[in-house]
Design a protein around this ligand. Structure first.
Ligand SMILES: Cc1ncc(C[n+]2csc(CCOP(=O)(O)OP(=O)(O)O)c2C)c(N)n1
Length: 652
């Protein structure tokens, strides 16, 4: 590979060029700027020392994989990242043989890497397997499940803890405090003697060692009196071994090395060379700076974790066009503050996503009623269930896609015990540029099949607030789904109203004007599309009814059956997969009531939907459009072509 031919000085220059490429391309395409700027040297060192695709790199979340893409034959296509037909923003096995494992949900790298190690050991082959995981991945249960297993499973495993003290927001919890102590307390430093011996033997080993010492002394300005420590002993002990040899990784049978400066290329290279020779699993603790090399990103790590297009000079994102409605998540966040102010049984819970979910509003206004539990969706739900048993109404604000992780907790804890936990599922619908890992297209199916659950979708932001208010009066688990991006721009009432559970809203009844009767049921954010389709169909002479379903569960059986019987055709529209979704629920009900009216289902097909520049492109491609809806209705009533009549006759 190209980087192997470079001297360390040339690698240094290349690091600068890579940063320039990242900053300029992402200014147009948007993406994970900060995380990638932070791992430039680390990725270069990895490719300098190891050989992919034979050696395997597993990137946790894999949002920091852009540099790896640049170094593995994808530089020419890098300008297409996150756009239609272009490179994915995450690791993708189908995109390159150098991406050995796909990801975008946090906490999967250690387990999957261990699986690869086990397979390697079974095959008696000699690939190096490296899992690169962030400090926030350590707030995730699966990472610990994997660590519990590593030393028992394999002798050769390399973990790299890429510690920048941030998840999307500032990292929280005991692990983050612990890592901080590791970094700032000289007693913890574990540049072990055998590493020192190893490095001395390398060409330029003395230099690397000097750098290592320097890095230890200098990094973060916090280490003042650092000596190279032997692997055991010589450290403060707290009786139970809270210091020194009881480093959490060492206790789990993993050799720990670090913390080291993750921007120091020669040091990284020597340490990775050393790791390659290790005969027991090793974790290297690397300190990096999110946004390194770009002032705007350094100043605002949360914003630059992941963002849309921005101005390179100032770091400013594109101004919002005047008149754009507020984002759903902000409506949610502000409404939750108001609800919390009036009802002290309500609390908000996020799994490390205060800004994405809009819970930051609660964090700011009422910090005592706000919980950030780390990237730990299962824990978030169980924690909420615990509070619910004590009379609280916890609101779990979790993206639809990430709530998948907590499915058993929804079934076994919230639903089975029938607890009044409120799930506000943001990003229900597409997350176009992120792609299939982030689209929230399965939640109706996975909630609808579970007893006791109530599931709703608001047509606009005012209804969202009504539904939140309603949920706080419920005794069952309640789920509210709403999409990414701007809401509809309707005014929000001062005082929210209770929505009757299981009651749809009839927006427009049949006019009985002699036209063919079409009953449209657009769920939630499909209402604007439904309204436009209704107008076009009415202009075509159809007699159109328009119903806002509001509830997926319980379905409004009365209204659905009534319009099902009265209509010549029913159309359901949903921003969700068709399989098991809202349209399926309508079909099940009509079948049960022996209503034979045909149901046209508009929604996402039974396949993973790729990433694209915009939601509109994907909706166009898969037929979630006004034109397609209208065409389907027209086709329903079109005279049957002669050749089809023949075919039907033959079948008979
Ligand atoms: C299961 C899950 N929940 C939430 C997220 C959203 N998310 C994406 S990246 C990230 C923070 C990752 O932090 P870290 O692993 O420390 O990497 P860094 O960005 O700091 O390099 C979060 C919470 C996710 N990807 N997966």
């Amino acid at each position: 590979m190209h980087v192997k031919k470079l001297t360390l000085e040339q690698l240094q220059l290349l690091a600068g060029e890579i940063r320039h490429e990242l900053i300029t391309v992402l200014a147009k395409n948007g993406g994970h700027v900060g995380p990638n700027l932070g791992v430039v040297e680390l990725t270069l060192a990895l490719h300098y020392v190891f050989n992919t695709p034979k050696d395997k790199f597993l990137w946790d979340v894999s949002h920091q994989i852009y540099v790896h893409k640049l170094l593995t034959g994808r530089k020419g296509r890098f300008h297409t990242i996150r756009s239609t037909g272009g490179l994915s923003g995450f690791a993708l096995r189908t995109e390159s043989e150098h991406d050995c494992y796909g990801a975008a949900h946090a906490g999967t790298a250690l387990s999957a890497a261990l699986g690869i190690c086990a397979a390697r050991d079974q095959r008696n082959s000699d690939e190096n397997v490296v899992a690169i995981f962030g400090d926030a991945a350590l707030t995730n249960g699966i990472s610990f499940e994997a660590m519990n297993n590593i030393a028992h499973t394999t002798k050769k495993f390399i973990g790299i803890l890429n510690d920048n003290e941030w998840g999307i927001a500032k990292n929280v919890g005991a692990i983050s405090t612990y890592l901080n102590r590791l970094i700032t307390h000289p007693s913890y430093n574990k540049l072990a003697r055998d590493f020192e011996r190893f490095v001395r033997r390398l060409p330029k080993g003395e230099l690397a060692l000097k750098l290592a010492h320097k890095a230890e002394e200098g990094f973060k300005g916090a280490l003042t009196d650092v000596g190279l420590q032997p692997t055991t002993g010589g450290m403060e002990m707290d009786g139970r071994g809270g210091y020194g040899s009881s480093l959490i990784f060492e206790e789990m049978g993993l050799r720990y090395l670090g913390p080291i400066d993750g921007h120091n290329l020669p040091l990284l290279v020597s340490i990775l060379e050393f790791a390659k020779t290790c005969d027991r699993p090793i974790v290297i603790h690397v300190l990096t700076q999110k946004g390194k090399g770009y002032e705007a990103a350094l100043k605002n790590p949360e914003k630059f974790h992941g963002l849309g297009p921005y101005d390179v000079a100032t770091g400013a994102t594109l101004p919002v066009t005047p008149g754009t409605p507020p984002n759903w998540q902000d409506v949610f966040g502000q409404a939750l503050v108001k609800l919390c102010q009036k009802d002290n049984t309500i609390v908000g819970i996020t799994a490390a996503m205060p800004s994405g979910t809009g819970l930051k509003h609660l964090e700011k206004a009422m910090p005592s009623r706000y919980y950030d539990v780390g990237i730990a969706e299962e824990h978030a739900v169980l924690f909420a269930c615990g509070m619910a048993t004590m009379g609280f109404h916890p609101v779990c604000a979790i993206y639809s896609t990430f709530l998948q992780r907590a499915y058993d907790c929804i079934v076994h804890d919230a639903a089975l015990q029938d607890l009044p936990v409120i799930f506000c599922m943001d990003r229900a619908g597409l997350s176009a540029q992120d792609g299939p890992t982030h689209h929230g297209l399965f939640d109706i199916s996975y909630v609808r099949s579970v007893p006791n659950c109530i599931a709703m979708a608001p047509k606009d932001e005012d209804e969202l607030v009504d539904m939140m208010f309603t949920a706080t009066h419920e005794r069952h688990p309640t789920f509210i789904r709403y999409p990414r991006g701007p809401a509809e721009g309707v005014p929000i009432k001062e005082q929210p109203r209770l929505v009757e559970i299981g009651k749809a809203e009839v927006i427009q009844n049949f006019a009985n004007n002699g036209g063919r009767k079409v009953a449209l049921f657009p769920l939630g954010n499909m209402m604007p599309l439904g309204r436009k389709a209704a107008a076009q169909l009415a202009a075509d002479g159809y007699d159109v009814a328009l119903v806002n379903p509001r509830f997926v569960k319980p379905l409004d059986a009365g209204v659905t059956e009534f319009f099902g019987r009265a209509a010549d055709v029913v159309v359901t529209l949903e921003d969700h997969v068709l399989m098991g979704g809202y349209g399926s629920a309508v079909l099940e009900l009509l079948n049960e009531k022996r209503v034979a009216t045909h149901v046209i289902q508009i929604g996402w097909p039974d396949q993973f939907i790729e990433h694209a520049t915009t939601t509109e492109e994907l909706r166009g491609k898969y037929g979630l459009t006004v034109e397609h809806t209208v065409a389907k209705v027209r086709a329903e009533f079109a005279p049957v072509a002669a050749d089809r009549q023949d075919a039907v006759a033959q079948l008979r």
